[in-house]
Ligand binder design. Structure first.
Ligand code: SAH
Length: 390
């Protein structure tokens, strides 16, 4: 019934309950369509775990907090973070931690449950509850599954989104002689089972509302779902404290046409066989920053190589190499390190971006640097500058 916006197309192709790409199979890893950093090396998740520990310490080691992950894939990242939490007695034994996973995919949530709890978990029978699955991690921490962030209880929380925002639906716009026009997806009249891009003949509501007056580019992608989500995260952090760490490939408001598909680790035409390939678009961090509406302080985007080096990836690699005498394991560790940090691989393609309450970076006598109550200088934010243990 007429052309679809790129956002409608992307939403159906990725998350349609029956045919959506994410819903019924495991696409991650060598046998799938793409590989992500936590699947490449355990060091990645460990350093993210240390980031949260460092923030937890900087805000005075609160007795309770939630770790909320958006789009947890196979659950590997949260698993590595929990291993770090477990090793730190002051956190594991004295703090009430709970894990909250936001996941739409029934297949991936099943895999997450196996990774994190070691068991197959039955979905909750109560349809009215926002929690659709519940379990306990191998280290004894409660885990809850939800379909949207809205369902996650409020409260002091650390949020994490790794390769999540790039999967959210984008609108595409083209500058023309008649002004901005939205790019739509339509059936090719010559070949009925083929899709093609077309320009909307008139101004669509999205073209009217999503393009900034001073926009210098000729082609723009806007992800309103990402904007809404960032607003929600910013409101929660402003009210309850905590922090959000967002990592993805992206740009700071400079790129134009980044919508693409991946299948079997190769680029795939986004218009062919929807539902069978990953569809993705670079995250526009400048848009995310503007959508926080000044409620929180933002840091980054900073390149993954720089972030991981600041977090001490070189030292961690050396420690693991010293502990391991197995040649295959050593080679795997070094290969993983290179993939994560090499500028040509993931080192300069991926970026880290954080949201923090304003008071976290303000000089204060109390809430930061708990060990140094008289120091007026707030503890630096790990990763965005070198990690310093207090
Ligand atoms: N963070 C993981 C997985 C990235 S793939 C990693 O880095 O390995 C994207 C993840 O987001 C998958 O778990 C997918 O099922 C989930 N996802 C995609 N769209 C979503 C949506 N709209 N709501 C919730 N989860 C979503």
């Amino acid at each position: 019934a007429g052309p679809l916006s790129v956002a409608q197309y992307m939403r159906e192709a990725l998350t349609h309950p029956a045919q959506g790409y994410y819903m019924h199979h495991d696409m991650l890893g060598e046998k799938g369509d793409f590989v992500t950093s936590p699947e490449i090396s355990q060091i990645f998740g460990e350093l993210i775990g240390i980031w949260y520990v460092s923030e937890w310490m900087a805000i005075g080691k609160p007795k309770t907090f939630q770790l909320v992950e958006l789009g947890p894939g196979r659950g590997t990242l949260t698993g590595d973070i929990l291993r770090v939490f477990h090793q730190l007695g002051s956190l594991h034994n004295k703090c009430n931690v709970s894990i909250h996973l936001v996941e739409v995919s029934p297949k991936l949530s099943e895999i997450q449950a196996l990774t994190l709890t070691g068991e197959k978990i039955q979905p909750e029978s109560d349809d009215t509850s926002p929690v659709y699955m519940k379990g306990t991690s191998k280290t004894g921490i409660p885990i809850f599954w939800y379909r949207t962030l809205q369902d996650v209880p409020q409260g002091n929380s650390f949020y994490l989104a790794h390769e999540f925002f790039d999967a959210l639906p984008i609108h595409k716009f083209q500058r023309t002689e008649k002004g901005w026009r939205e790019v739509l997806i339509d059936i090719d009249p010559e070949v009925p089972d083929k899709l093609r891009f077309v320009l909307a003949p008139a101004v669509t509501p999205a073209a009217k509302y999503f393009i900034q007056d001073e926009e210098p580019r000729d082609h723009v992608e806007v992800c309103p779902d990402a904007g809404v989500l960032i607003q929600k995260l910013a409101c929660r952090i402003e009210k309850d404290g905590g922090a959000a760490l967002i990592a993805d490939y992206g740009h700071d408001g400079t790129k134009t046409d980044t919508f693409r598909g991946f299948r079997n680790h190769k680029l795939h035409d986004v218009l062919i066989a929807p539902g069978t390939a990953d569809l993705t678009a670079d995250v526009d961090f400048s848009y995310l920053r503007s959508m926080t509406q000044g409620r929180v302080t933002t840091l980054g985007p900073i390149a993954q190589q720089e972030f991981l080096k600041n977090m001490g990836i070189d030292v961690r690699l050396q420690v693991l190499l010293q502990k391991s005498h197995d040649v295959t394991v050593r080679e795997q560790l070094i290969r993983g390190y290179q993939m994560l940090t090499d500028p040509k691989q993931m080192g300069e393609r991926f970026f880290f971006f954080a949201l923090l309450p304003h008071h976290r970076l303000k000089s204060s006598d109390k809430q930061v640097n708990p060990g140094h109550a008289k120091s007026p200088v707030p503890a630096p934010i790990a990763g965005f500058s070198e990690l310093l243990w207090q």
